[in-house]
Design a protein around this ligand. Structure first.
Ligand SMILES: NC(=O)c1ccc[n+]([C@@H]2O[C@H](COP(=O)([O-])OP(=O)(O)OC[C@H]3O[C@@H](n4cnc5c(N)ncnc54)[C@H](OP(=O)(O)O)[C@@H]3O)[C@@H](O)[C@H]2O)c1
Length: 246
């Protein structure tokens, strides 16, 4: 008897950080996983090897999600390798902090290009190509709710992602595909830790009543729920995974 084929997940930006934890978690849940990355090929290959070593199936595929043609090729390559795509996790993102007064055009354009246009690029492909019954999970941020100074452009890109989440969930009517967003609070990755003093990190860790930073595994568990059978009735929602910060 043939083994039932694994559902197939693309996780953007899964060479490290939250994306790597999501990829490993979805692989453990039984998905074949596409490890997408921008530049760090060795990191992506290491995740593929770890998944393979624990009996999973994964492939590393480079694509700058800001480039629509590259995103189309990413989906082409995923379909060629695994036969189709069932789950898209839009995790790749960047964060550049500055007050509006100090934000230059490059800071604005780059965050919009990756966080918003990049998410649009993958959602457009997914909405055309995901198999019926699939799942889409977008990464937002709890800063959309907190509205901290200096997070303006970053939070604005993620607020737009939350809006796309709700609208796409309706546009996919009739295909049994759910579209949700996870909005993490401060999580211990390069994106959060780089450039912050130990004192600031400690203060931000204590902002939630559980008094610690999130871990990539915390966020991966929430994504696993939304991408798995138990999350099937959640659609068009934003789940804030932040220990109760906001
Ligand atoms: N960490 C937090 O506190 C936090 C809180 C709220 C929300 N988030 C969101 O969670 C997501 C993951 O964040 P993280 O903290 O894990 O970030 P991270 O550690 O900086 O990792 C970012 C990942 O995205 C990839 N990437 C960046 N630009 C890309 C592009 N143009 N095309 C394809 N891949 C790209 C990177 O690939 P390379 O390795 O090849 O560079 C890397 O795999 C982001 O959307 C972020 O906004 C994070």
């Amino acid at each position: 008897m043939n083994e039932p084929s694994r559902p197939v997940a693309i996780v953007t930006g899964s060479s490290r950080g939250i994306g790597a934890a999501i990829a490993e978690r979805l692989a453990r849940d039984g998905h074949a996983v596409v490890i997408n990355y921008a530049g760090r090929r060795q990191d992506a290959d290491a995740i593929v090897e770890r998944i393979a070593a624990s009996g999973g199936d994964a492939v590393a595929l480079q694509a700058d999600i800001a480039d629509p043609d590259a995103v189309q090729r990413l989906f082409d390559a995923a379909e060629a390798r695994f036969g189709g795509v069932d789950v898209l996790v839009n995790n790749a993102g960047i964060m550049k902090l500055a007050t509006l007064a100090d934000s230059d055009d490059a800071l604005f354009d780059r965050q919009v290009a990756i966080n918003l246009k990049g998410t649009f690029n993958t959602l457009r492909q997914a909405s055309r190509r995901l198999r019926d019954g699939g799942r889409i999970v977008n990464l937002s941020t709890s800063v959309v709710g907190l509205k901290l100074e200096s997070y303006g452009v970053y939070a604005a890109t993620k607020a737009a992602v939350e809006t796309l989440t709700a609208i796409l969930s309706k546009e996919l009517r009739g295909r049994s595909i759910t579209v949700n967003a996870i909005a993490p609070g401060p999580t211990a990755t390069d994106l959060f830790l780089d450039g912050k003093s130990p004192d600031l990190i400690e203060r931000m860790a204590k902002m939630n009543p559980l008094e610690r930073l999130g871990t990539p595994a915390d966020i991966a568990a929430a994504v696993s729920f939304l991408a798995g059978p138990d999350g099937g009735w959640i659609n068009g929602q934003v789940v804030r995974a932040n220990g109760g910060m906001v």
